[in-house]
Design a binder for this molecule. Structure first.
Ligand code: ZN
Length: 95
């Protein structure tokens, strides 16, 4: 799966190295809840923190085709605790 860099919007994935800004963003999100969302008719996923996600919902009529969240995000391994209680990658394709 592919996502947008939270800062520069370049497409990122496990096979594309992250830009410095994306690395910083993911590092700063460590310990937080991170959402992976895809807006309707957008090609790639977006990564947002819980705070950003809540703000987006308040300030726009967000229409999502997909949304998943991970608790206790780890910015060095790009994993978090998924809805099944397992630590999985935020880049993973499994539903
Ligand atoms: Zn970037």
């Amino acid at each position: 799966m592919e996502g947008y860099c939270p800062i520069c919007r370049k497409v990122i994935s496990l096979s594309h190295p992250l830009c410095d800004q994306a690395e910083k963003w993911f590092h700063s999100a460590s310990g937080k809840k991170v959402w992976r969302i895809r807006q309707l008719n957008r090609y790639a996923y977006e990564y947002v923190t819980e705070e950003e996600y809540n703000a987006m919902q308040e300030h726009s009529s967000l229409i999502l085709s997909d949304a998943r969240s991970w608790d206790d995000f780890d910015g060095s391994t790009f994993t978090g605790i998924d809805c099944r209680g397992e630590r999985t990658s935020i880049f993973s394709n499994t539903p």
